[in-house]
Design a protein around this ligand. Sequence first.
Ligand code: KG4
Ligand code: ZN
Length: 336
Amino acid sequence: MNILAIESSCDDTAVAVTSGRTVLSSAAASQIPEHVLYGGVVPEIASRRHIEAISSLYRQALNAAGMTMRDIDAVAVTYAPGLIGSLLVGVGFAKGLAFAAGKPLVPVHHLRSHIAANYITAPDLKPPFLALVISGGHSHLIDVQDYTVFHVIGKTRDDAAGECFDKTARAMGLPYPGGVHLDKVANGGNPDTYPLPKPRVDQNPLDFSFSGLKTAVINLIHNHAQKGETVCVPDLCASVRKTVTDILLDRTAKALDTLPYRTLVLAGGVSANSEIRRRMAEECQKRGIAFYKPELSFCGDNAAMVGVQGYYEYLAGTRADLSLNAYATMNIETLC
Ligand code: KG4
Ligand code: ZN
């Protein structure tokens, strides 16, 4: 079955046509050149750019797949979580399209679709498995019991891993999106130069906390500045990357110890990080378990992953009518 999928949860506008796990076309418009001027995403600008881009991306995606709406069986759209103004653009467009073409409308949870990005390039991957979902807004350890059945076993108590990368990169003077640049600059640095804290969460050993690390890095930069010294940016990038990776690896290893699964899946924008990919692969090899990570082109926000998760949601009977709304936050388990 052919799905027309729409993604607009943050600063990427994307439309794709998928069939099961196969991507037939994928069109996207990045807003990075504009948000880079402000050092981060400006929600109002993001919404306006989505409105400007979405119609032509829709036509591009259909043309590239060699299809018209007659060939499409369902419309899938990201409806939560994300920036509310951004989400509303995709949801409004999808509702209009589904109504005009008389197609079923399938709402898709953003983090569920990040996990589904792995299905695109791994035909053999199927639940159950443990997923580490790390993005700009979320850090979750998820027991993926089936394609549409999720149980969160660990999560961040404050900042997400991506937020920590972005804010520490910004404090070092790196451009938006900081995580991407920090990863590159870290390759030229020594990760043992700056010892940084690895905060723990008492109540749940699988939970994360990144705000203390973020604050420690910002304080370190300020303390150096007050003394008239400068930090070595590549060394600090390498130290931050190693510390975040150590924290993620510690919780993931504990989760693997507690679950019977033989498969670890990485997902979300931060899963593009070279050190996290390398160290997770190493850990899985040591344990003799399977390791999956999305292709780099499907790590960040894209519509292909929405189409693939939309397919499984459709099979599970998930449908929305024209009263579908967008939500800034939503539980991945219960969808409320
Ligand atoms: O999933 P995503 O595209 O958007 C959200 O749903 O949040 O994730 C974006 C996050 C940003 O924080 C960005 O800096 C981070 O992913 N990111 C990276 C890398 N590539 C993207 N962080 C670390 N290393 C990378 N290579
Ligand atoms: Zn995302």
